[in-house]
Every structure is written in C-alpha cells, then in structure tokens.
Design a protein around this ligand. Structure first.
Ligand SMILES: [Zn+2]
Length: 286
C-alpha cells in the first residue's frame, strides 16, 4: 500500500512539473526573437492542482480506514483475521503509524496544491479552510481513536494509556507537519507574478529553497557564492518561490516610491493653485 502511495506521489510530481510554458518574445526595435520561459508564478497559474487535491483526499480517506482498523485491533483483537499473532496494543500502534504516514503525505500534497493555486484572502473563511484542511484531516485521523479508546471500559489501563499517548504524539507530530506556517494567498501570488515580469535577474544559493531579488538580502549574508538567473532558472534549480523578505522589501520600496510621487504631485498642484490664485488676485486688484 505504501509502495503504491509513493508511486502515486511520484507520478503526481512528474505531471505537475511538466506544465512549463515558453514564450517567444519579439523585440519591437530590432525584430530579434528570443524564447523565454514563463516565470514561476505564471507557470504555476497554468498548472493543474486537481491531481494533488484528489491524491490528498484519497490518502486522507485511506488514513481514516487505517484509524478504523487501529480502533478495531485494539478493541476487538480476538475475531480479527488480519492480525492473529500480535497483541492488541502492537497491532493498534502499527495501524496508527500507517494512519500517520497516510494523513501526513495527504496533507503535504494539499499544502503543495495550496502553494500552486492559493485561495484568495478576500474570502477569509475559504482561505482559512484551504490552509487548515490538512490539520483538520489530522485531527479526524486521531481524535476519534483517542475518544473511543478513552471511553471504552473493557480495555485495560496500560493499553489505554499507551494507545492514547501514541495517538496524541502522532496527532501532534503530523499536525505540526501539516500546518502551513507560511500560508500563500492569491494576492501574494499576483504580486509575485508582477514582480517576476518586472525582474529579469534573481539570486539563489545552492542549498536554499527560495530565490531573492536583492543581492544584499539578509538571508544571503552567509553565502559566498550566488547563482544569478531568471526566476524560471531558479525554479529549475529547485527554488520554489520568491523570498518573503525580498517581497516585503519590494512592497515597501514601491509604496515609498508611490508616496514620493504623490507628495511631488501634491506640491505641484499646490504651486499651480497658488500661482493661479495670485494671478487672479492680481487681476482683481487691477
Ligand atoms: Zn531575500
């Protein structure tokens, strides 16, 4: 079963990475043609996440089935044909481990899909649901087991205690792994898209997971050698997205530039109005 799951994931990875688009850019001034691959955010827009989401849901369902068997193994060991020689506790733990692996892989697929096609922050409920569905699946994968085991009076204390501890630890560990610490929104993706179109060159390090638009970004301080290329090249090198520090700095710079423009504009308007007023005042006095 795990073998099939890993094959399935491998297949999903291949299909999601294949959707890379290319653009032919023709220069208006000299007619030169260059083939340029579309940036990461733009390429992501054309990717389908249906496979990832279906995969996530199937794995979650499989995890709930494993949870059901964990409950069955620990509560009614005698008439279970699957695990004749194991103690109820060991059998239950084995099913819990399978449960944990399935639910975690499912939630990671879901998280990956969210980073390719994020939900909009303008719909807060949907945005929250999209970013927390993995954690909800984790809770559903362990909480019923814990509740059933705690409320059962036939199971001995030792089995109950160890079973609940194992399930609680599994819930915590897979929950932490499933939680999206850096939720990505449609709005952020749009900004990154604009940024990608505006910036030709990005920087990245061999070991890093993101790429940067500022060479002096704090996250590049400790790196001696940097790679320089397009966002697409950065993605080809395994860098998933733009660094958030760089994005924030860019936003601040854009805002500052806008404020300067607005201030300048205000000053111009004021001067013009004052001049016009003095002119008309002159006219009146004349
Ligand atoms: Zn950076």
């Amino acid at each position: 079963m795990l073998y099939f799951a890993s094959c399935f994931i491998g297949l999903l990875k291949i299909t999601t990475n294949m959707a890379e688009k290319k653009h032919t850019i023709i220069s208006a001034s000299n007619g030169q043609t260059t083939t340029r691959r579309v940036g990461v955010a733009e390429a992501q827009l054309s990717r389908s996440t249906t496979g990832l989401r279906i995969g996530a849901i199937l794995l979650w369902v499989a995890a709930f089935v494993a949870e059901f068997f964990a409950v069955k193994a620990i509560l009614s060991p005698v008439d279970d044909p699957f695990i004749p020689s194991l103690s109820p506790l060991v059998a239950g733990i084995i099913f819990l481990v399978v449960d944990a692996i399935l639910v975690l892989v499912g939630s990671l697929l879901w998280k990956k899909a969210n980073h390719i096609h994020p939900a909009s922050e303008k719909k807060p409920v949907l945005f929250w649901l999209y970013n927390n569905l993995g954690v909800i699946a984790v809770v559903l994968a362990f909480a019923p087991f814990i509740i059933i085991l705690l409320s059962n009076k036939k199971v001995d204390k030792r089995t109950k205690l160890i079973g609940v501890i194992v399930a609680a630890v599994a819930l915590l560990a897979t929950g932490l792994g499933s939680y999206d610490w850096n939720p990505y929104s449609q709005e952020e993706q749009q900004e990154m898209l604009q940024l990608e179109q505006a910036t030709e060159n990005v920087y990245w390090t061999k070991g890093g997971s993101v790429y940067h638009i500022y060479e002096d970004c704090q996250h590049l301080d400790r790196s001696d050698s940097l790679f320089l290329g397009t966002a697409t090249e950065a993605e080809a090198a395994g860098k998933q997205r733009l660094c958030k520090t760089c994005l924030r700095r860019h936003q601040t710079e854009v805002e500052a530039a806008q404020t300067v423009n607005e201030n300048t504009l205000e000053e111009v308007v004021e001067t013009v109005t004052e001049t016009a007023e003095s002119f008309s005042a002159d006219e009146v006095t004349e």
